[in-house]
Design a protein around this ligand. Structure first.
Ligand code: FES
Length: 497
C-alpha cells in the first residue's frame, strides 16, 4: 500500500499486523503516523515501528524515478529476518501477549527459524526472573516439546505446543525483576554441593554448580547429585524430582545453550524446596527409611496399603523393602492411581474447610507424575529406590484422606488404551483452559501416565491408572476459590490476636 505523506511517498503492507484489516482505511497524520481505525494501533510509516498496540508493520523502501514509484518488496536476508522476529517475540513474551506470541512464532518460522530456537530463547529470557527457581512452566515445556516432535516440526500442532510452553513461561516470569545467580565459582565436588543444598546455602550450591559448568561438566555429570538431593527429603511433594527429569529432556532437545540457565534455576529451586518429611505429618519417614529392607521381605499387602494413612503406609513399604523394587513400585503406582480415581470432589468444591484440607485434583495428580520420575531416576540410580518408594508411600498415605471410596471405577474404565491416549492428547492441543497451571497438569499427567503404561511398569494396575486419568480429565475442576480464600483469610487473621 502506498501513502503520500508530508514526508514523501511511503509503502507498507496493507494488512494490519494486528488482525489483518486494511490499512488503506486507516488515518494518516502530518507526522507520517498511520492509525488503523479498527483497534487504534498506530505505526510510524518511516520505519514500521509500532507506536501503540503490538506488532511492527512491514514497510518497504521506496524510490522515485521520474514519475514512477519503485517499491523494493524483496525480503531482507534470512538471518536478519530471524533476528528481527526473535526481537519482536521477546517484546510479546515480556508482555505475555498470547496472540502476538503466536504471530511472531509464525514469522520466525517463515523467516526460516526454528520454533525450538524461540523456546530456548524464552528459557534464557526467563531463568533469572524465577525468584525460587523452576516452576511447572519449564516442566511443561519439556512435555510440550515432546508433543511438538510427535506432531511434526512443521505442523500446526508444533506451533500450538511451543505457544503453550512459551506463554506459561511468560506467565511465571511476568513483571518479575531480575534475581541474579551471582558469579562465584568453586571447584565442583558432589559432597560439597549436596552439603550446600542441605544447608539451604544458595550461593554455595550455585558456586559449586558453576565450577562444574565452567570446567565443561554437563547435566549428565550433575544428574546423580541432583537426584540424590531431591530425594534426600520428601521435597515439595516430589516436584523437584520431576523437574530433574524434565531438565534432562529439555537439554536433550534444545541443546547445551539452555544447560546453564536451566541448571542454575533448578539448583535454586532445590535449595528453597520445602522438606515435608520434617513436618509432624511425615515424621515417620526417617524411621521407615532407616528400617527399609532391614528384615526379610514381607510381601507388600496391597489391600492394607490401599486403606493405609501415612504412618501405616510407610511401615508396610519399609517392611517389604527387600522385595524387588519394581514390584513395590507397581503396587505403589496402583494405589496412587486409586487415590486419583477416588478423589473426593468436595475437597475441590467446598469452601468451609480449613487450610489443611485445601486439596485439589492437581495435588492428587502428583501421585502419578512423581511416580513416573521415581521409576526413571531410581532405575538409573538404584540406591535411591528406598527413598523413592517411601515417598510414594507418603503420597498414597496422605491422599487417602482426600478420597471418597464410593466412587464407581467402572464408569471411568478405558477399554482401548491406544485410542484413549490418542484422543486425549489430541484434545490437549485445543484444551480451552485459562489457567496455565491447570492446563500444564493435564499435559504432565497424561504424558506420565502414557509413559508408565507403555513401560509396563504399572503391571496389573494399568487399567486403574487409565481409569484414574480418564476421570481426572473429564470431571470438573475449580480453578479459583474466592470464597474459600476469603473465609480462610478471615479465620487466620482473627487468630493473630
Ligand atoms: S486490525 Fe488494525 S488495530 Fe486491529
Amino acid at each position: 500500500m502506498l501513502f503520500a505523506t508530508p514526508k514523501g511517498v511511503r509503502a507498507c503492507n496493507n494488512r494490519c499486523p494486528h488482525e489483518g484489516y486494511p490499512l488503506s482505511e486507516g488515518t494518516l497524520d502530518s507526522e507520517c503516523r498511520l492509525t488503523c481505525n479498527w483497534h487504534n494501533w498506530k505505526f510510524d510509516l518511516e520505519n514500521g515501528a509500532n507506536l501503540y498496540g503490538g506488532d511492527r508493520l512491514r514497510t518497504y523502501p521506496v524510490t522515485l524515478r521520474d514519475d514512477d514509484v519503485w517499491v523494493d518488496v524483496s525480503d531482507p536476508p534470512a538471518a536478519q529476518r530471524q533476528a528481527e522476529a526473535l526481537a519482536h517475540l521477546r517484546d510479546a513474551f515480556a508482555d505475555k501477549e498470547y496472540d502476538r506470541i503466536a504471530r511472531d512464532l509464525v514469522r520466525l518460522k517463515q523467516a526460516g527459524g526454528a520454533l525450538t530456537d524461540a523456546l530456548a530463547a524464552a528459557i534464557l529470557w526467563s531463568h533469572d526472573r524465577l525468584e525460587f527457581g523452576w516452576t511447572h512452566a519449564y516442566a511443561g515445556a519439556a512435555d510440550w516439546l515432546a508433543l511438538a516432535e510427535e506432531a511434526g516440526t512443521d505442523s500446526e500442532g508444533a506451533l500450538v505446543a511451543v505457544l503453550e510452553a512459551m506463554t506459561h513461561i511468560a506467565e511465571d516470569s511476568l513483571r518479575e525483576p531480575e534475581f541474579g545467580y551471582g558469579e562465584a565459582s568453586l571447584p565442583y565436588d558432589e559432597d560439597a554441593f549436596l552439603a550446600a543444598v542441605e544447608m539451604q546455602d544458595e550461593a554455595g550450591a550455585l558456586a559449586r554448580l558453576r565450577g562444574g559448568l565452567d570446567r565443561g561438566l554437563g547435566f549428565a555429570d550433575f544428574e546423580p547429585a541432583l537426584s540424590r538431593a531431591t530425594l534426600a527429603h520428601y521435597t515439595d511433594f516430589g516436584h523437584l524430582l520431576i523437574y530433574v527429569v524434565k531438565c534432562g529432556r529439555l537439554i536433550e532437545r534444545l541443546g547445551r545453550r539452555v544447560e546453564r540457565p536451566l541448571l542454575l534455576a533448578l539448583v535454586r529451586g532445590l535449595v528453597y524446596a520445602a522438606r515435608e518429611d520434617l513436618i509432624p505429618e511425615f515424621r515417620a519417614y526417617a524411621k521407615a527409611l532407616a528400617s527399609f529392607g532391614a528384615s526379610p521381605a514381607r510381601p507388600l499387602d496391597r489391600g492394607a496399603l490401599s486403606k493405609a494413612g501415612i504412618g501405616p503406609a510407610l511401615d508396610l513399604v519399609a517392611a517389604a523393602g527387600a522385595s524387588p523394587p519394581l514390584e513395590l513400585y507397581a503396587t505403589l503406582l496402583g494405589v496412587n492411581a486409586q487415590r486419583l480415581l477416588n478423589f473426593d470432589l468436595a475437597f475441590d468444591n467446598r469452601n468451609d474447610k480449613p487450610v489443611a484440607d485445601n486439596a485439589s485434583w492437581l495435588d492428587v495428580t502428583h501421585g502419578i507424575t512423581f511416580a513416573n520420575a521415581v521409576r526413571l531416576q531410581c532405575s538409573k540410580f538404584p540406591a535411591l529406590w528406598p527413598a523413592g518408594l517411601l515417598q510414594l508411600a507418603c503420597h498414597a498415605g496422605r491422599n487417602l484422606g482426600f478420597t471418597d471410596p464410593k466412587q464407581d471405577p467402572a464408569r471411568w474404565q478405558v477399554s482401548n488404551a491406544d485410542g484413549f491416549f490418542e484422543t486425549e492428547i489430541a484434545a490437549l492441543f485445543d484444551h480451552g483452559i485459562e489457567e496455565e497451571i491447570v492446563a500444564v497438569h493435564r499435559v504432565k499427567t497424561l504424558l506420565a501416565a502414557r509413559e508408565e503404561w507403555r513401560s509396563g511398569a504399572a503391571g496389573e494396575d494399568a487399567p486403574r491408572l487409565l481409569a484414574a486419568v480418564n476421570r481426572y480429565l473429564h470431571e470438573p475442576i475449580k480453578g479459583r476459590h474466592p470464597r474459600r480464600t476469603a473465609r480462610q483469610a478471615m479465620a487466620f487473621v482473627a487468630r493473630e490476636g
